[in-house]
Ligand binder design. Structure first.
Ligand code: ATP
Ligand code: MG
Length: 277
């Protein structure tokens, strides 16, 4: 198979007309890959993504062909999928205000051009979920927030509307399902692309801890940082270690690796109801 792309976290191979999307145990923060892998992360996120693709299959077509028809060496952490012509926009929906969205709001009162009420704080729930797209930055650069008008410039008004609608629909359905299981979805990113027959299709990964912020509902309290099932724990450790977010990242201590893995396992089990064997 031809290696088409080696991202920070995943490797993409071509197999005939199909792609094989292989998730590694690598973890990246602030767009830098840490030197220490998180055991099972690739399998956990692949399994979670597949579960979500199944849950949302009636809502929007997805790229999955098979989770098992993949080379044996990648078993459990690879998906055979339809090769899509990817839309050059990262489609983000936010239901709560945090991270880059919060920073933008504090500076401008808006996120990606969407005007928000005054007085919102860290982790505030938004009046309704909003579409806050960003660029798909080339390797080595950071994704930048863009406005809906900029999406219209890139793909045209009709497609932009569809991207927004699908992204919000996916967020709503995901958040509703997760809430039943005690998890809040603060925000999520999806990637869409065109299948050979012209169908707008979800690609990449879906509602994983790498593409979404998950918080436990029981301890939710606006006005402070939430306990988080994603990489926030590693980010906090890394910035606390004095790392400048630029150069080579420090080795992650075993207890931080284990605590991070435990978060991925925990959210997988809570969402799917399965035990991680
Ligand atoms: P990073 O996530 O590290 O910022 P990246 O997004 O380029 O970089 P990965 O997420 O590791 O790298 O790799 C997945 C790549 O494959 C992405 O570029 C994504 O857009 C692309 N991709 C995912 N699904 C499909 C698909 N069905 N067809 C074509 N490309 C896809
Ligand atoms: Mg990616």
């Amino acid at each position: 198979m031809e290696l088409l792309h080696s991202g920070k976290v995943r490797d993409v191979y071509a197999d005939g007309d199909d792609l094989i999307l292989v998730a590694s145990d690598r973890i990246s923060i602030y767009d830098v890959v840490l030197p220490t892998p998180i055991p099972d992360k690739g399998k956990l996120l692949t399994a979670l993504s597949l579960w979500w693709f199944g849950q949302l299959a009636d809502l929007v077509p997805n790229h999955v062909i098979s989770a098992t028809d993949v080379p044996a060496e990648f078993a459990g952490r690879a998906i055979r999928c339809r090769r899509l012509d990817m839309v050059p926009v990262e489609c983000v929906a936010r239901g709560y205000l945090t991270g880059g969205g919060l920073k933008e709001y504090q500076a401008t009162g808006k996120v990606s051009g969407v005007e928000l009420p005054r007085g919102l704080v860290e982790a505030s729930i938004l009046p309704e979920p909003i579409f806050t797209p960003s660029t798909k930055a080339p390797v080595g650069e950071h994704d930048e927030p863009i406005t809906f008008a900029e999406v219209v410039d890139k793909v045209g008004g009709e497609i932009a509307e569809r991207l927004r609608q699908i992204t919000i629909d996916v967020y709503r359905r995901g958040a509703e399902l997760a809430a039943d299981r005690g998890i809040l979805v603060a925000d999520t990113k999806i990637e869409l692309g065109w299948a050979a027959d012209g169908t707008l299709t979800i690609g990449d990964e879906l509602l994983t801890s790498d593409s979404s912020r998950f918080w436990p509902a029981e301890s939710y309290q606006p006005g402070r940082a939430q306990f988080s099932y994603d990489k926030q724990y590693v980010r906090d450790w890394a910035t606390g270690s004095g790392w400048d977010k630029q150069g080579p990242a420090p080795e992650v201590p075993a207890e931080v690796v284990e605590a991070t893995r435990a978060r991925y396992v925990d959210v997988y089990e809570k969402l799917t109801g399965d035990r991680w064997a």
